[in-house]
Design a protein around this ligand. Structure first.
Ligand code: ADP
Ligand code: MG
Length: 703
């Protein structure tokens, strides 16, 4: 075995790994090279720092570490009852060790008369103390027990890995071996000394060693502190650097004037007066667009706060300055609805629009592509089809991305390539209110505008929770509302893994509803993702025009759809939805002048977690409170879409728990880069090495 192991050596070169285990580690844990393994942190520890005596075991003892001699081994029982029993004793008493599997190799391995370290969960069986499937370690050197004691790291693994010797213990063993080969000099220090001193951090090498092989509780604390700091600091550095880069490299298109289109529309065709908040954000955005740097702004506003009109007015400014604009939506349904609204506005002031989704084919599509390239079309509305490769704009100056939490970073990057010289301004809109600390981490490089006011005359949506046994109550309520001329959304969950089942569930629910709401008195429409585009469209249209009373749907209506007369939202299997999704769905109602309702239907039994979510929904309409509660209950990693969108993946830090470190890291990164944006100060050489690409000095290292 070669001992020339480097931080980037493939994992299979390590002692105890080899090609088979190496392939498993790659496949299941995405551990490819040595440094991946070093960064595969334990998720908890067991305290094996002191031995107890058998006589110290009480009825309430849970886990225990003993030093005992094995005094007897025997196989007991028959067939499925068969088990291996060993007696282990110290000078104060005896415990029974029991194994239900693996008897054969244990028989070979265990040596009567030898001392072992024994760790496991204590049971009392028929008055005897027993430990089932204990961990056993032969005591190698009784005079140097210290070497075997300490805190033992526990790693997450899977059943199939454990079966192949890569359970927590197996992984721990490999990592322990690894530290025989990896030395101080191989784990480079990445922080300047003045930062290490300032925050009293331990050296990086020590941190890695202690996180995997701690000797004490303090070791764990220091190690975590250091590694969390590194992680959060790196994120903040990258964000500030990308901000500086953007501001320097890509001169933004200048939208100096509001332009004729804006003025014409604003004076003559506004469908309603803007709220204060809408006016304010338009000013903020316009300010960005004539400040000569390229805008990257997040427009945050609760569902129904009126982001569409804001984005439309901003697009008019772009066009008034001689550019094209586009708006991208996450679903076809939403793109279509935007198209209807926006093309309606545009007709009045003589602008040309198009709808471009993957459904638009052949001739029509070619025509659109031609007109986008020639500049004939002013505003393009569509799905991600808009950023597919063959599409060329004449001069795209602004791109609005609606409901960004469905759009990944990659798509954003593709967008940059759509403009010929320079980058278009980007306005990202989202109804998912992102709590401050999370926003700081996720969108640190974006500027943020917030619409914190709903249009006037909106009433609180009354939310209630009904269980299956109260279903008749639900139907009666729905009938009442329909009598009064209201329309109803009836939503079923759709979860990708079991899509087929979900569609069946939806269809069944639809048929059941038809029994209670039969033709010709009632009309029920249905929309789901697996339907043909044309029938989806016509069913949708039935509801939008008011001809159908109930729209049965999956979460395709989750974002953006706007039917002011629909004032009731029924959510089936509400226990299967996350909080922010429930809030998004509820936001589909409450748009007209009438009192709106949201009914959360669940089974008769609901888990405690689900109940908490539902109670939160019943208690508040405030999207911000809901986002905070969501973050608290699920952790930021689960926050709808942040994981999938690949914006950020934290390995060790926790946004909630480590808020203090985050803020410190952020302030530090900002202060350093304000003073030394090129990182040319010799004191910052380690940072320069990591973050700045010397060859073209263009921050190429950052993504
Ligand atoms: P969201 O922010 O969720 O995208 P929309 O832009 O779809 O919200 O707007 C929701 C509804 O509110 C729409 O029917 C829109 O016409 C209406 N609306 C927006 N702004 C105002 C306003 N200032 N006054 C009255 N109604 C408004
Ligand atoms: Mg919207």
């Amino acid at each position: 075995m070669s001992v020339n192991i480097q931080i980037d050596s493939p994992i299979e070169y390590l002692k105890g790994v080899g090609p088979i285990k190496g392939a498993l580690l790659k496949k299941h844990l995405n551990v490819q090279v040595v440094s991946d393994l070093l960064n595969y942190f334990p998720f908890r520890y067991v305290d094996k720092s002191v031995f107890s005596k058998v006589k110290d075991i009480y009825i309430s003892t849970e886990y225990i570490l003993l030093k005992c001699k094995i005094s007897a081994i025997s196989e007991e029982g028959q067939g499925r009852q068969k088990r291996l029993v060993a007696l282990a004793e110290d000078e104060t008493g005896v415990v029974e060790l029991i194994w239900f599997q693996g008897a054969n190799w244990l028989l070979q391995l265990l040596q009567v008369g030898q001392d072992y370290m024994i760790y496991g969960k204590v049971n009392f069986v028929k008055g005897r103390i027993s430990i089932a499937h204990p961990e056993l370690d032969l005591i190698r050197d009784p005079n140097n027990l210290k070497a075997q004691l300490g805190y033992q790291a526990v790693y997450s693994s899977t059943e199939s890995l454990t079966a192949k010797g890569l359970g927590s213990k197996g992984i721990g063993q490999i990592i322990q071996n690894l530290f025989q080969y990896i030395h101080h000099s191989q784990i480079e220090e990445i922080l300047p000394q003045y930062i290490i001193d300032k925050f009293q951090l331990i050296p990086r090498y020590d941190a890695f060693k202690k996180i995997h092989l701690p000797k004490s509780e303090l070791d764990i604390i220091y190690a975590k502190n250091r590694l969390k700091f590194d992680e959060l600091f790196a994120i903040q550095m990258k964000m500030f650097l990308s901000k500086i880069k953007r501001q320097r490299q890509s001169k933004g298109y200048l939208f100096i004037q509001l332009g004729d289109y804006f003025n014409d529309f604003y004076k003559n065709y506004m469908p309603f007066p803007l709220t204060q908040a809408q006016q304010r954000v338009i000013k903020e955005i316009h300010h960005d667009m004539h400040s000569s740097y390229q805008m990257n702004r997040l427009l945050q506003g609760d569902v129904g706060s009126g982001k569409t009109i804001v984005s439309f007015l901003i697009m008019l400014i772009a066009i008034g300055n001689g550019y094209q604009a586009c708006i991208m939506a996450p679903t076809e349904v939403l793109a279509t609805q935007h198209y209807q609204t926006i093309s309606g506005y545009c007709e009045k002031i003589g602008l040309k629009t198009c709808l471009l989704t993957s459904q638009v084919k052949s001739k029509v599509r070619q025509n659109i592509l031609n007109e986008l390239a020639s500049g004939e079309i002013h505003i393009a509305i569509g799905t991600h089809a808009l950023i597919e490769d063959p599409i060329v704009f004449h001069n795209l100056g602004l791109c609005v991305v609606d409901e960004q939490h469905r759009f990944g970073v990659e798509q954003r990057a593709k967008l940059w390539k759509k403009a010929k010289n320079g980058n278009p301004h980007v306005l990202v809109m989202t109804a998912t209110p992102i709590p401050r600390t999370l926003a700081m981490t996720l969108y640190g490089d974006l500027d943020v505008s917030i619409i914190d006011e709903l249009p006037p005359n909106r009433k609180e949506i009354k939310t209630m929770h009904l269980k299956d046994i109260q279903r008749m109550q639900l139907y009666n309520f729905m009938k009442e509302q329909i009598e009064q001329g209201r329309q109803i959304y009836f939503v079923f969950p759709l979860i990708a893994e079991s899509e087929k089942l979900d569609i069946e569930n939806l269809t069944l629910g639809y048929e059941k509803l038809l029994q209670y709401f039969p033709l010709p008195k009632y009309r029920v429409s249905i929309v789901h993702g697996k339907m043909k585009s044309a029938s989806k469209e016509s069913e949708m249209q039935l509801f939008v025009s008011g001809s159908s009373n109930i729209m049965v749907a999956t979460t395709v209506i989750e974002v953006g759809v706007n039917v002011p007369n629909a004032s009731v939202m029924v959510i089936e299997n509400a226990e299967r939805f996350g909080l922010s999704q429930l809030h998004q769905l509820r936001g589909r109602v409450g748009r007209g002048a009438d009192q709106s309702y949201c009914v959360l239907m669940t089974g008769n039994k609901v888990s405690l977690d689900a109940l908490k979510r539902i109670e939160t929904m019943v208690a508040t309409n405030d999207g911000f409170k809901i986002a905070e509660a969501d973050l608290e209950m699920r952790g930021p990693g689960d926050l709808d879409g942040t994981k999938q969108s690949g914006l950020i993946q934290l390995n060790i830090a926790d946004i909630q728990e480590d808020n203090k470190i985050l803020v410190a890291a952020r302030n530090l990164a900002e202060a350093i880069l304000n003073k030394d944006p090129e990182l040319s100060n010799p004191l910052n050489i380690r940072l320069r090495n990591q973050y700045i690409d010397e060859e073209d000095n263009s921050w190429a290292k950052i993504g």
